[in-house]
Ligand binder design. Structure first.
Ligand code: E4P
Length: 217
């Protein structure tokens, strides 16, 4: 499973990239706002740091305008994935942009039927939002599992990009289900390493090592 960093903060991306943890990046208008940067400039900088897909989102509601925005965003770098919303216009834009040969990430997916439409429209990625479904007492993980089953039933090649991952369990469960990619904030990705028994075990080993009076270097 690939890891994408869900952020437009350069410092965070660099930190994770050093660990080999960034297979791609996802941004959205809220993350651009949070970065305080110009969308074109910050996206160009991200694309220069990461060789995998970098999602940049259109903001128009009409297909023809989404297509124009998508083509402009795609000029930033060869690894841009144009992000379009899961609406009829978004699907129409998806079809045109993928026919252009561009990567397209269909975002704001909240149902299996929507995911089916994204695959039919030729999406490179579909982004089902786990955390936002959990927020309204629905089951985000169940949606990931349903989409996996449907895509496997028919051999759809659209990659399932599990999004809105808020916890480490969202990540492990996405991996168990077989999501192709998970995107999560760097703070959540960093938590993957944590285990109380690792900390406790290390403390014990170092205590005993001190008692040996030995040195390796
Ligand atoms: C995905 O591409 C979105 O940017 C993101 O995962 C949304 O997450 P949120 O629901 O935590 O805002």
């Amino acid at each position: 499973m690939k890891f994408f960093a869900d952020t437009a903060e350069i410092g965070e991306i660099v930190g994770l990239a050093e660990l080999g943890l960034v297979d791609g990046v996802t941004t959205n208008p809220s993350l651009i706002l949070k970065s305080g940067r110009d969308i074109i400039e910050v996206t160009r900088e991200i694309c220069s740091l990461v060789s995998g897909p970098v999602s940049a989102e259109v903001v128009s509601l009409k297909a023809d305008e989404m297509i124009a925005e998508g083509r402009k965003l795609a000029e930033i770098a060869g690894n841009i994935a144009v992000k379009v919303p899961l609406t009829w216009d978004g699907l129409k834009a998806c079809k045109t942009l993928t026919t252009d040969g561009l990567m397209v990430n269909v975002t704001l997916c909240f149902s299996a039927n929507q995911a089916l439409l994204a695959a039919k429209a030729g999406a490179t990625f579909v982004s089902p939002f786990i955390g936002r479904l959990d927020d309204i007492n629905l089951d985000g993980m169940e949606l990931i599992a349903d989409i996996r089953t449907i895509y496997d039933n028919y051999g759809f090649e659209t990659q399932i990009l599990a999004a809105s991952a808020r916890t480490v369990n969202h990540i492990s469960q996405s991996a168990l289900i077989g999501a192709d990619v998970v995107t999560a904030p760097p703070s959540v990705l960093r938590k993957l390493v944590d285990h109380v028994l690792t900390d406790k075990g290390l403390e014990g080993f170092l205590k005993d090592w001190k008692k040996t009076g030995q040195k390796i270097l």
